[in-house]
Ligand binder design. Structure first.
Ligand code: CTP
Ligand code: CA
Length: 224
């Protein structure tokens, strides 16, 4: 009996995960989006569920499907919707892992009619979306807060800055420079930076293995 419990170390814990891209409407038929497949977040949801956690997965539009019946999936489209849903759960959550590729900008106004092609050029004014992760860092109490960073240059330095400015416990740095890492593929090469300053450089691994590594680190943080 004790053995079963030790294999489910997150039993009774609530885990909040964001995944996928967000779509920001331009008009009724068009949007601004990105290439995020959502795979990483769905793998994290599975890994957390395998450890016995009660998982809420808040996801933008993806082709992924959830395997575990113990994952509560909330489907959203825009950054604003994701922000609202995340804040509905955060107070009661123990662990939040934000892997979504949230749009940084959205059209300042959404045209209610389909935009017609008139001129040779078209300018769409964009405004910043809310930084969901940063907003959680500002209000967190006991929660373990994990973010991601996608960088192409000064990777470690930039990721460290994000860890500090967003008040995170762990940041997972994604390298786009390596073949086989990042968007659309099932492997990932990541570096973990902890709030203690410790840096753990990972190998090229499957996204499900990376998800298990993330949960291992979260467990250590939770028990620290
Ligand atoms: N994030 C978020 N809400 C946003 C933008 C980002 O929650 N509006 C989260 C992502 O889910 C990720 C982390 O913030 O966990 C870092 O995202 P990233 O795009 O790497 O960094 P930004 O802070 O958006 O900065 P920049 O894109 O300028 O590097
Ligand atoms: Ca960004």
């Amino acid at each position: 009996e004790e053995d079963i419990l030790s294999r489910l170390p997150l039993r009774g814990k609530k885990v909040l995960i964001t995944a996928g891209p967000t779509y920001e409407a331009i008009d009724p038929v068009r949007f601004i989006g990105n290439h995020s497949s959502g795979k990483m977040g769905f793998e994290i949801a599975q890994a957390a569920s395998n450890l016995g956690a009660e998982v809420t997965l808040i996801t933008g539009p993806t082709q992924q499907s959830v395997v575990s019946a113990f994952v509560n999936v909330v489907y959203v489209t825009s950054a604003e919707e994701m922000y609202q849903e995340v804040h509905k759960c955060f107070n009661t959550t123990d662990i939040a892992i934000l892997s979504a590729a949230v749009a940084d900008y959205r059209p300042k106004t959404v045209s209610s009619n389909k935009i017609k092609k008139h001129d040779a050029t078209l300018t769409i004014e964009l405004e910043k979306t809310k930084d969901i992760l940063k907003s959680l860092g500002a209000i967190k109490s006991k929660q373990v807060l994990v973010g991601f960073a996608l960088e192409t240059d000064n990777e470690i330095e930039n990721a460290k800055k994000k860890l500090i400015s967003k008040n995170l416990d762990i940041i997972v740095l994604n390298s786009l420079q390596d073949k086989g890492a990042g968007f659309g593929v099932s492997t990932n090469k990541v570096t973990f930076i902890l709030s203690s300053g410790e840096i753990i450089v990972g190998e090229l691994k499957s996204k499900s293995q990376v998800a298990e590594d993330i949960m291992d680190l979260v467990l250590k943080q939770l028990n620290a």
